[in-house]
Unconditional design. Structure first.
Length: 291
């Protein structure tokens, strides 16, 4: 899985790009907190019990959409999970960060902060080839609508500037942080700063959200969920997991990186293990899982 700091503003492009605008977008203005996801009967809430299933192997990052789970394996190769054969299929590439949109467009950042993109074909379980993109980044996030955002690779005061994809170039936005994720359901971007404060980008403004996080993920579809890996350490395995239900509530789970598939979290932990979350039903025995 997901306290005040004014996000630093930068007027210059923070890293080398093939094309980059010098004029930043509208300034960050504090807004009242607006929940992005309301409670409904299908939601996972504080009263629900989660259990986790080991997906095998090791992972240093994870991404998911409504149909597929992708990971960066310990050897940095990108892989997709096959729920039928219960194994991981290698797709090539070399990465440290990964994101995917609803159309199976995969974006990665490698250990040199270079950006690559490909498209996954679910029928053939292959990709179209990894294409180098302009710019450099330390983190990357794709919204379910296909918009892509990055944090640049020029650090200032412990944070990195935010950019959005525009055509084949990157446009600098207001704000900076340490982790970024694409969103859904009212917030297109989620940002975590160096103090682990959480911000969302709505209507050209940044809004601070309650709580603190090390990572954040929001699923799409008809039953979207917002998860964070919180700021409470549980030793070498990572941090507590929370789900948004009109406010943050703690659920079972410990991790370092998080993705979301519908109502379910997908976690990696400090030992680079990767798990899918499942909801235990009222009988205390049966459970439902994303796959």
């Amino acid at each position: 899985m997901k306290k005040l700091l004014v996000i630093a503003f930068f007027g210059l492009c923070m890293f080398q790009l093939a094309s980059c605008t010098n004029k930043p977008e509208s300034e960050i203005k504090p807004q009242n907190e607006v929940p992005d996801i309301q409670a409904n009967t299908q939601r996972i809430t504080c009263g629900d019990l989660l259990t986790y299933a080991d997906l095998g192997g090791s992972a240093i990052d994870v991404a998911a959409n409504e149909t597929h789970v992708f990971r960066v394996a310990a050897n940095r190769v990108v892989q997709v999970y096959n729920p039928t054969s219960l194994n991981w299929i290698s797709l090539g590439g070399q990465a440290k960060r990964i994101t995917v949109d609803a159309a199976n467009n995969i974006w990665i950042v490698n250990h040199r902060n270079e950006i690559y993109r490909t498209s996954y074909n679910a029928n053939t379980q292959t990709v179209s080839g990894w294409a180098r993109q302009s710019g450099k980044a330390t983190d990357i996030g794709a919204s379910l609508s296909g918009r892509v955002y990055i944090l640049g690779d020029s650090e200032r005061n412990g944070e990195f500037a935010v950019y959005r994809r525009s055509g084949s170039s990157w446009v600098k936005m207001r704000g900076s942080g340490r982790r970024i994720a694409g969103g859904n359901s009212g917030a297109d971007i989620w940002l975590i700063n160096k103090h682990n404060d959480i911000y969302k980008y709505v209507n050209n403004n940044w809004t601070k959200i309650s709580g603190r996080a090390r990572d954040i993920a929001q699923s799409g579809g008809s039953n979207p969920h917002l998860y964070i890996v919180g700021n409470t350490s549980q030793g070498s395995d990572g941090y507590d997991v929370y789900v948004y239900n009109g406010g943050w509530c703690k659920v079972r789970g410990i991790g370092t990186n998080i993705a979301a598939m519908g109502q379910f979290p997908i976690l990696t932990n400090g030992r680079n293990k990767i798990y899918k979350g499942c909801k235990v039903l009222s009988d205390g025995i049966s459970s439902i899982c994303p796959f």
